[in-house]
Design a protein. Structure first.
Length: 414
């Protein structure tokens, strides 16, 4: 999860202010809405005093100066800290390079899909535009889902997106989380999105892409853990407003942080091609599934993106998995569908992690000693591969995701 302390710096919190000069007469090219789930330890990181939410709000204020005739809306639900003593949510609007509104909001759970729908509809209705984009800011754990996929959930083990403590504290990652099917349902009631950019961990997975394919044209994010500092919004905000090259520009601006030691793999998924990739995956899985017999596939040596005592290598690189088991001819056919779907990506050989599975250097970057990251193997999107150790957990809950059935997992005994 996104909770890595990268550096110790002093930051100044953005001071919200009210203005009455929201210029509704200015034509908008695009409205982008950032949904900031900071009612958790991202509001204040105790060690060293690095404040992730505050720093990103400062970067946003800088980035909007270069966003042109567009609008940025930011919903902030931040835990109580010395810099945010009341911990009350608020909604910010930026136009023409400056803040035009700060709207107080009721205290709610950002992990509640009803709250997401309500706030997103307000942000887009108040700022109509030719096109729309969305950013999910907070903690993420991929497609992970609770038994009840219809609402937000409270449990010790994180599931999917958000992380809300429920009591305005910043003591941990939070106990309330939003499932991806719930997110998709909420977003089906807002304008269609050009993109969803996940500035949180592990959200670039095929399961999420399949679930969200109807509500957005592109999904942008990382299959791995990202550093707590997240995206550099001073450059990413202008990138999000680009008409056609936004997905590659967002990734390029994010990737530039590697010069500061912030390596992270990234990918852009074109959702209109997800159905074709799903069909191709269904076919290729059937071509080699018999070779497993009654056993699960041997995933040793595969590129993986989550390694700790809880998840135990649950997310594997999709391209690397198919490359290992498919015949050369079948892989070539499948790869054509994959390349049309994953339209842009950047590889990282190591990345920042909150665990120590193998070797960690002085910058907190992990060297995964059990696989080799190469351009040929790296696909940028993860995929759940059922394993014996998950027979009572994720092997069952994955069946609540549409990808499980569409990709024919049930037909090959998974």
């Amino acid at each position: 999860m996104r909770k890595i302390l990268f550096a110790i710096i002093a930051v100044t919190m953005l001071t919200a202010c009210n203005k009455d000069d929201n210029n509704q007469d200015t034509p908008l090219g695009r409205t982008v809405f950032i949904y900031m789930a900071a009612n958790n330890n991202l509001a204040q990181w105790g060690a060293g005093g690095y404040f992730f939410a505050d720093e990103d709000l400062r970067q946003i204020k800088e980035g909007v100066k270069s966003m042109g005739s567009n609008c940025l809306a930011v919903y902030v639900n931040q835990a109580k800290t010395d810099r945010c003593p009341d911990g009350k949510p608020y909604l910010l609007y930026y136009r023409n390079g400056e803040q035009t509104d700060s709207i107080p909001m009721e205290e709610t759970l950002t992990s509640d899909p009803a709250v997401l729908e309500t706030v997103a509809r307000k942000a887009f209705t108040d700022n109509p535009a030719d096109s729309y984009g969305m950013v999910f800011w907070g903690h993420g754990t991929g497609w992970n889902i609770k038994n009840d996929s219809t609402a937000y959930n409270s449990m010790a083990r994180p599931r999917a997106y958000g992380g809300d403590t429920g009591d305005q504290s910043h003591s941990d990652t939070g106990k309330y989380w939003m499932n991806i099917p719930s997110m998709a349902k909420a977003l089906s009631h807002v304008p269609h999105l050009d993109f969803i950019f996940f500035d949180c961990c592990h959200m670039a997975c095929i399961e999420n892409a399949y679930e969200l394919r109807q509500v957005t044209d592109y999904i942008i994010g990382s299959p791995a853990e990202i550093p707590g500092v997240g995206a550099p919004y001073q450059t990413v905000v202008p990138a999000m407003m680009e008409k056609t090259s936004f997905y590659s520009s967002i990734i390029d601006r994010y990737y530039e942080q590697r010069a500061q030691g912030l390596d992270v793999p990234l990918a852009a998924i074109k959702t209109s091609e997800v159905a074709n990739l799903t069909s191709a995956t269904r076919t290729v899985l059937k071509s080699f599934a018999d070779s497993f017999g009654s056993e699960y596939p041997d995933v040793s040596g595969l590129i993986h993106y989550y390694n700790d005592n809880t998840y135990d290598n649950m997310y594997y690189d999709m391209n690397d998995f198919i490359l290992k088991f498919a015949s050369a001819d079948n892989y070539k056919i499948w790869k054509q569908a994959y390349d049309k779907t994953v339209v842009y990506k950047k590889m990282a050989e190591r990345w920042m992690t909150n665990r120590d599975p193998y070797i960690v250097d002085s910058t907190w970057k992990t060297y995964y000693g059990d696989f080799e990251m190469t351009e040929a193997r790296f696909g940028g999107v993860s995929m759940f591969v059922p394993q014996w150790r998950f027979r009572h957990t994720e092997n069952l809950t994955i069946q609540q995701m549409g990808w499980y059935w569409a990709a024919g997992y049930n037909e090959i005994g998974w």
